[in-house]
Design a protein. Structure first.
Length: 551
């Protein structure tokens, strides 16, 4: 079969492993629940320009992710699985784009391009991004599309028209700006820089098309920002300073401060076991033997972005998704230089690691109990099936080349891991910061239609599960400090009550008369016990306590 057929087969297997049981767990706090709930509120309100979180305008990110989340809900229903379908499709598109990009980098070598797509599509960090609703998965897709388009533009012979690739690249970059702002330019700019610093790389001369395509980018990428600035000039300072400069430079902003070495540790862990192969083979090869083209790729596609994100005070693992296409390309290039004897050693190592991981998953129902992990024995079906398929493939597949065996081995393990993890996440949902079990219990108790007062927690996951807004009771939790400066009415006060403000607490009286439910994480402080007066019943759902009256 051709490499493209194998690529489609890989995408089909990976897609099935992603989509099966995608609704096994509810949306999780904090990021996924926030994006899911903003998309739900956007779809409900019909206001596509002003995202709202629990009834209050929320401009931390541009709107494209919210638009896509709302589209997923409209197309596939109102469940947690519905908001995850489009991120899964985005990752599958990334696999195809990595294949296409690798065809250009490897100068038409389809087998190496296929290997690059498989390596990229089986990286743990990529798998996590597909099952987690955030801006990063869409941003990575658009960055890859822009990178492919720009590299394709330069690789097109001078006598052939190539303007469409230039337009595609700038349109993708404009959509990236609508996803996460200027950081969208990271991977495309690094790819173009490495291209221009590699003497033998194909390049096209500057043309007036660059001005036109730049205008298209500005019109598309800046459109939402300009509309909001026209509506309120304060928005420019708010977004540029508080959500771009502050996010990058201030360790206290948004509580995502991590040490400088955070990505140096987490990025390799997120790419195991391929990152181990890359590190070892880089050490064996050395800088000089890499060659100019691969030196530039290592420097500009991986190391410089890693340094840039490490300098930022705000860090999350998925922020560095743009470095992993370069990781996959370098891994395939270096392993492709090795003999079958060397690849065989890697194959044996991968078999051992994958067997240990799947074996540990099989034992989790037994050994997880002492640590409070309540895992049903039925969940061992998928990891056990993965072990069986790995053994059968090793014994009965008569392929003598090691590289195809190594790739197939990884695909089988990845599919088994995805199918195993989802039911386990469903059983550990409360521990993983999900509130679907809370919403389910409220429904079982006949309390689903009552107002819910959430003490000192921002809980969009509950709003998403109940399809209606709770009342948040602020009592010092910084996560409940909402930015209300863009609100034009006082309607938001019915969704956020400051317990230190007597005027606000007066608003609780009519709500409490409606037999409201009070939801508390842990225990209420002694001076807040008045919140549950008249609520004689209570029960625990994981770390949450539900207070309610029986009538």
């Amino acid at each position: 079969m051709s490499s493209r057929v194998w690529l489609w087969l890989f995408v089909a297997v990976l897609g099935a492993a992603f989509l099966i049981n995608l609704n096994a767990w509810g949306v999780l706090e904090t990021s996924e629940a926030r994006y899911a709930e903003i998309g739900r509120e956007m779809l409900t309100s019909g206001d596509w320009l002003r995202p709202r979180l629990l009834g209050i305008q929320h401009f931390h990110k541009p709107p494209l992710t919210y638009w896509l989340t709302a589209a997923g809900l409209a197309l596939f229903g109102g469940s947690a699985g519905a908001v995850r379908v489009l991120p899964v499709l985005a990752v599958l598109a990334q696999v195809g784009l990595v294949y296409a990009l690798a065809r250009l980098v490897f100068r038409g070598d389809a087998r190496r391009a296929l290997a690059t797509a498989v390596v990229y599509g089986t990286l743990p960090v990529v798998l996590v991004s597909a099952l987690n609703v955030t801006t990063d998965v869409y941003l990575a897709t658009l960055e890859l599309l822009a990178t492919y388009a720009f590299v394709r533009y330069h690789a097109t012979p001078a006598e052939q028209p190539a303007a469409r690739w230039l337009y595609l690249g700038w349109v993708a970059l404009g959509l990236g700006f609508l996803t996460k702002g200027p950081v969208a330019a990271m991977l495309p700019s690094m790819a173009v820089i490495s291209l221009h610093l590699t003497p033998e790389a194909p390049r096209r001369r500057w043309s007036p098309q660059h001005i036109l395509t730049g205008a298209v980018f500005a019109l598309l990428g800046l459109s939402w920002y300009l509309l909001l600035v026209a509506d309120n000039p304060e928005f420019l300072r708010y977004f540029v300073l508080e959500h771009t400069v502050e996010r990058f430079s201030n360790a206290a902003a948004f509580n995502r401060s991590k040490p400088w070495w955070f990505y140096l540790v987490l990025a390799p862990l997120g790419a195991l076991p391929w990152s181990a192969a890359l590190a070892v083979e880089l050490g064996r090869t050395g800088w000089r033997a890499l060659g100019r083209r691969w030196q530039m790729m290592l420097l500009w596609w991986v190391l410089v972005p890693l340094l840039f994100f490490s300098l930022s005070k705000s860090k999350l693992l998925l922020y560095v998704l743009p470095i992993f296409p370069g990781v996959a390309l370098l891994t395939v290039e270096l392993l492709g230089r090795r003999t079958d004897a060397v690849l065989l050693r890697w194959y044996v190592g991968f078999v051992a690691v994958f067997g240990l991981v799947l074996g540990a998953l099989c034992l989790l129902p037994i050994y997880g109990t002492p640590y409070g992990l309540d895992i049903s024995p039925i969940t061992i079906i998928w990891p056990a099936a993965g072990i069986v398929v790995l053994i059968l493939t090793h014994i009965f597949w008569d392929e003598v080349r090691i590289a195809p065996r190594l790739l197939v081995l990884t695909v089988v393990f990845t599919a088994a891991l995805l199918l195993s993890a989802k039911p386990m996440l469903g059983q550990l949902e409360v521990a993983a910061n999900g509130t679907r079990p809370v919403a389910t219990r409220l429904k079982e108790l006949g309390l689903a239609s009552r107002p819910v007062l959430v003490y000192d927690q921002l809980l969009p996951s509950l709003a998403f599960e109940q399809q209606r807004l709770p009342v948040s009771l602020y009592d010092g939790n910084h996560n409940l400090r909402r930015e209300t400066q863009f609100e034009r009415s006082e309607a938001w006060r019915s969704h956020l009550v400051d317990l230190s403000n007597p005027a606000d607490t007066a608003l609780l009286r009519p709500i409490r008369r409606q037999h409201a439910v009070v939801l508390v994480r842990g225990e209420l402080p002694p001076d807040r016990q008045w919140l549950v007066e008249g609520l004689p019943s209570h029960e625990h759902v994981g770390k949450w306590k539900i207070y309610y009256s029986g009538w």
